[in-house]
Design a protein around this ligand. Structure first.
Ligand SMILES: [Mn+2]
Length: 256
């Protein structure tokens, strides 16, 4: 079985279209969407409609889970999130919100466990240096597929694997091109391809402004730089793996 894994799309329709165009024809049996589908981007409704229309459309069956920001749309929002959550909810409308509410928090696909953050929580990210003890789970036998950090990663833990395709909307690993993963084989012979594709970022940036998306200043920074704001202040290049302490700070800053 060949899985195509995308996550952290955040309502960036044009980035999603570019990734899907690249993925088509690569023989995927299943498209796995590992959460954070619509929030914090200019086209939440169109993004969800596109994802929901893909089943049987050249990428195999479609299986989706929800991420922490999808969950935020379904909960009473914290004060600092209220404006953005209400903006996205209005654009989605009741029927699409019902669809989001039906998504599971995790999926098992054969020996692959799909989560958004880690098996522990949807907002607990697995970074390159996160100790395995902090995210291990009896539900993870072989391959753990995750998102949330917006950093593409294929990490091995003994015979087991952790795969993060990166983010479709705004990678935060220094390369602004949308990322996704192709997984094939398994049990000792897992082949992972982490792909990057480009798209017209100016279109999404213009839509953020035109639609006056709440929080767009931060999203613009992420799309333009593929790095966290505090990394810019520190004068780092934006590439490479952050030390653990900083990774935590960045997670707290809000990989969403
Ligand atoms: Mn995200």
């Amino acid at each position: 079985m060949r899985l195509c894994v995308v996550s952290d799309i955040h309502g960036n329709l044009h980035a999603l279209e570019a990734v899907l165009a690249d993925a088509r024809g690569r023989g995927a049996d299943m498209l796995v969407v590992a959460g954070d589908l619509v929030h914090q981007g200019p086209r939440p409704a169109e993004t969800l409609d596109l994802l929901c229309s893909l089943d049987g459309d050249g990428l195999g069956a479609v299986r989706m889970i929800r991420g922490n920001t999808d969950r935020h749309l379904l909960e009473d929002p914290a004060a600092e999130r209220r404006e953005a959550v209400e903006w996205t909810r209005e654009r989605l409308g009741a029927e699409r919100l019902r669809r989001l509410a039906e998504l599971p928090a995790e999926l098992a696909i054969g020996d692959r466990l799909v989560v958004h953050g880690s098996p522990r929580a949807d907002d607990h990210g697995i970074w390159p240096h996160t100790p395995v003890e902090e995210f291990d789970s009896p539900r993870w036998d072989s391959v753990l597929v995750c998102g949330h950090t917006h950093q593409a990663m294929h990490r091995r833990e003994g015979a087991r694997h952790v795969v993060n395709g990166g983010s479709v909307a705004w990678p935060l690993d220094g390369d602004p091109r949308p990322g996704y993963a192709l997984l094939e084989g398994g049990d000792g012979d897992l082949r992972v391809e982490l792909r990057r594709v480009d798209y017209d970022r100016a279109r999404t940036l213009a839509e953020l402004e035109e639609r006056r998306v709440p929080g767009r200043e931060v999203v613009r920074h992420y799309i333009e730089t593929a790095s966290f704001r505090n990394r810019m202040r520190e004068g780092e290049s934006g590439r490479g793996e952050p030390p653990r302490r900083r990774a935590r700070e960045r997670a707290e800053e809000g990989v969403r």
